[in-house]
Design a protein around this ligand. Structure first.
Ligand SMILES: [Zn+2]
Length: 312
């Protein structure tokens, strides 16, 4: 079984209103592929692309509606909102389970009521920014490398109260460290790799990795080819130096995977959609003991969700 803590299929569905969750010509993530690849839990990110004609809160609500009507209502996918749902998701007829995430809080425009509405609709995870800065914080591509705004800090207080999972992938380094101080629950970097292995700014430096480990958080290693290697074609085995590096920092129980499927235009060869998690599993089993492989694929992330999701 596998947990994938980040994909962007909802972003594609929002861009093209006719896409259904079985379209394996235009989507990476489809229902059948999740089942084929043994994906027991998939996090679905709401992401409003900047080039869309409308980018306001209505588009976030529309994404929630797509998640419900195209994914939950039409397929045997269970919605995970609490520990009880998480436990249920391990039963064969509840498989796979889905966690709803928001990538970038731009459309909330600082309104806490919008956060509470999304929480009441089942949102359990969010990242403050995409790559640029917004009203809450600076993202990783913002040249000034600022941290959180005053409104962003107030927003995190409400996230703490609601026990929302906070995702540090995409944050500027200053935002990362400020959030580390403010967050009351363990953090996740849902789709980032190790900077020491591939020096892309979206990857985590050693101090960040150590801080996530020390806080009992998780790192979802991602399949974005240019976060894996600076070379031209990424291969599955090139994920292993990232794993080894995080393990060398004491993180063997803090590694999972966040594919970024449907958020990428190029793929690691042989790891192009969730059905191919079987290939990743085979490769991992050649290099690591079974207990570690199970940890990376499922157990580590499951333990994290078990700890951070609300009881009911
Ligand atoms: Zn992303």
């Amino acid at each position: 079984m596998v947990i994938d803590c980040h994909c962007d299929v909802l972003g594609k569905m929002l861009t093209d209103g006719n896409l259904h969750f079985q379209d394996n010509t235009r989507l990476d993530v489809t229902y059948d592929r999740l089942v084929d690849g043994g994906v027991a839990i998939q996090t679905f990110a709401i992401w409003i692309a900047e080039h869309l004609p409308h980018t306001g809160f209505d588009e976030v609500l529309r994404s929630v509606d797509l998640f419900r009507t195209r994914i939950l209502d039409k397929h045997p996918v269970s919605f995970i909102r609490n520990k009880a749902d998480l436990k249920k998701s391990t039963l064969p007829d509840q498989f796979p389970g889905a966690i709803l995430h928001l990538e970038g809080v731009d459309a909330l425009e600082g309104h806490l009521y919008r956060l509470r509405i999304l929480h009441s609709l089942g949102l359990r995870s969010l990242g403050l920014t995409w790559n640029h800065g917004n009203w809450a914080a600076d993202g990783v591509s913002e040249p000034r490398n600022g941290g959180l705004s005053l409104k962003g800090r107030q927003f995190i207080e409400e996230c703490n109260r609601l026990a929302l999972i906070l995702d540090v992938s995409h944050l500027s380094e200053a935002s990362f460290w400020e959030l580390t101080e403010l967050a009351e629950h363990p953090l996740i970097a849902s789709h980032s790799n190790a900077y020491a292995i591939c020096n892309h700014p979206r990857n985590l430096n050693d101090a960040q990795i150590q801080s996530i480990i020390a806080g009992d958080g998780q790192i979802g290693l991602t399949f974005v080819p240019w976060f894996v290697t600076t070379g031209s074609d990424a291969r599955i085995h090139q994920l292993f130096p990232h794993i080894d590096h995080i393990c060398s920092l004491g993180g063997e129980n803090h590694i999972g995977f966040g594919s970024d499927f449907d958020g990428i235009s190029k793929h690691i060869k042989g790891l192009e959609h969730p059905g191919q998690f079987t290939e990743l599993t085979n490769e991992l089993q050649k290099h690591y003991p079974e207990k570690l492989v199970q940890g990376f694929l499922y157990d580590n992330m499951f333990r994290y969700y078990e700890k951070v999701l609300p009881d009911l």
